[in-house]
Design a protein around this ligand. Structure first.
Ligand code: ATP
Ligand code: MG
Length: 424
């Protein structure tokens, strides 16, 4: 038999089993962003390597170690795109979409980075993105953020936290850079090799280091926020004000600097704890200097990109949870009169909570043997009714899958209590 050829390491097939989730995600995204007035742009998967070198920055992980670059047959250095923004800007300049105009654009496509593959981190992965041009204010940044928030809502995804920071204007950042470099030089012995190299070329990136040993030093470094000029402060304050007014919760994370060189003013990430180490599902910010850097006229710009694989994983996890037919409650009844009273309580609960999956024990037996059955049923809780409980008109709730203290609840309050527990 001929030797089998397998998929390239870090790349993956998307099988029919999960394609519905991909469609759901892509369809919802398109519908959502188009309702905000964004129009799609599609660019080639391959670009000149210089495009990414000039936009993302020479001293970034992406350009230094992660790009799939190769010489084509003419000897030109080309790269598979590691992200979408540079290509959109290139196309925008090339086709005259940016000068004296406002644009709201979106894209969907494969990106390539030669990273160490792990769960949620692949060498070919897909991003949904949005880019806006020609709008200088915090209002468009707020729009992007609110649009992403609405996307999580549409998908029914919960527990995604918004983290925000500001990098300020180029001038105030330059000023801060000097202060940071002075601090880091004073602690040079604590810097790892990557950071030492970045000390001259791109010191801000040191704050973005993922090396755990570096964290105490980073924690004690001077903060950008304390060195911003008034314009930078005001811009960020306005963004927070719009978000506050819209009732959108966020966390200001002063250490959020983003991996790419082209950001200024607001930067943000949406982070979840449910995916393990690869918890950032969406990231973006303002990048006013990029268009000029790539040969266009100075143009205001802001956008974001989200990783489809990570969102798909979240949706699948949540669906599995939802699909699970495990009962919420196994009702244990031991002792005189408990079966009669218990069935009455059970029916009342079913009336009050139509979604409730409740198994009432049948066939008698000891407390221990009933509890064994409760555990085996995979129920989240055991409801316990014994003679003591009959006397005090209470029921005990024992949590079978969580490390939580047993609860004694009055029978009158049981439905209300359970409703809260099921929703929490
Ligand atoms: P990370 O900190 O996870 O490496 P990043 O800052 O490199 O992310 P961006 O370049 O901002 O990521 O890309 C935007 C989003 O694309 C990320 O938040 C993530 O959801 C997704 N993404 C980035 N790299 C990968 C990858 N290698 N595999 C899967 N998804 C990715
Ligand atoms: Mg990365």
């Amino acid at each position: 038999m001929a030797q089998q050829i397998k998929v390239i390491r870090g790349m993956h097939d998307i099988l029919p089993e999960h394609i519905n989730v991909w469609h759901q995600l892509e369809d919802s995204y398109r519908q959502l962003v188009e309702s905000y007035g964004y129009r799609q742009i599609r660019t080639p998967i391959i670009e000149k390597t210089s495009l990414f070198r000039r936009s993302i920055g020479e001293v970034t992980d992406i350009v230094e170690k992660e790009m799939y670059s190769f010489d084509d047959r003419n000897g030109d250095s080309l790269s598979l795109r590691p992200e979408g923004t540079a290509s959109v800007v290139r196309a925008g300049i090339e086709h005259g979409l940016l000068v004296n105009q406002q644009q709201r654009l979106w894209y969907n496509g494969a990106m390539f980075r030669h990273e160490r593959p792990q769960k949620g981190r692949y060498r070919q992965f897909y991003q949904l993105g949005a880019e806006t041009f020609g709008m200088p204010g915090a209002d468009i940044e707020a729009e992007l953020i609110l649009m992403a928030a609405r996307f999580w809502q549409t998908l029914g995804l919960q527990g995604i936290e918004l983290q925000l920071n500001t990098l300020g204007t180029a001038e105030s950042r330059a000023n801060y850079k000097d202060i940071l470099v002075t601090f880091l030089r004073d602690h040079q012995d604590q810097l790892d090799a990557d950071s030492l190299r970045r000390l001259d070329s791109n010191p801000l990136r040191i704050l973005d280091s993922k090396n755990a040993d570096m964290q105490p030093l980073i924690e004690s470094a001077p903060r950008l926020k304390d060195h911003l000029d008034q314009q930078s402060q005001e811009h960020f304050a306005e963004l927070l004000e719009i978000l506050d007014h819209a009732g959108l919760p966020y966390v200001v994370n002063p250490r959020l600097v983003r991996g790419l060189d082209y950001y200024s003013h607001s930067v943000f990430e949406w982070v979840t704890e449910t995916l393990g180490a690869q918890g950032t599902v969406c990231a973006g910010g303002r990048y006013d200097s990029l268009v000029e850097q790539l040969g266009g006229k100075p143009t205001f710009a802001a956008g974001f990109a989200m990783g489809i694989e990570r969102l798909v994983a979240m949706i699948i996890d949540q669906q599995q949870e939802k699909d699970s037919q495990a009962p919420h409650i196994y009702f244990v009844m031991v002792g005189e009169n408990t079966v009669k009273v218990g069935h009455k309580i059970a029916e009342q609960l079913r009336d009050a909570l139509p979604e409730l999956r409740l198994i009432t024990h049948a066939g008698g037996g000891s407390f221990k043997s009933q509890m064994k059955k409760a555990d085996k049923s995979m129920a989240a809780m055991a409801l316990i009714l014994g003679e003591n409980e009959i006397e005090t008109s209470t029921v005990n709730i024992k949590f079978l899958r969580q490390d939580k203290a047993q609860l004694e609840v009055s029978q009158d309050q049981l439905a209300t209590q359970l409703k809260q527990l099921l929703n929490s």
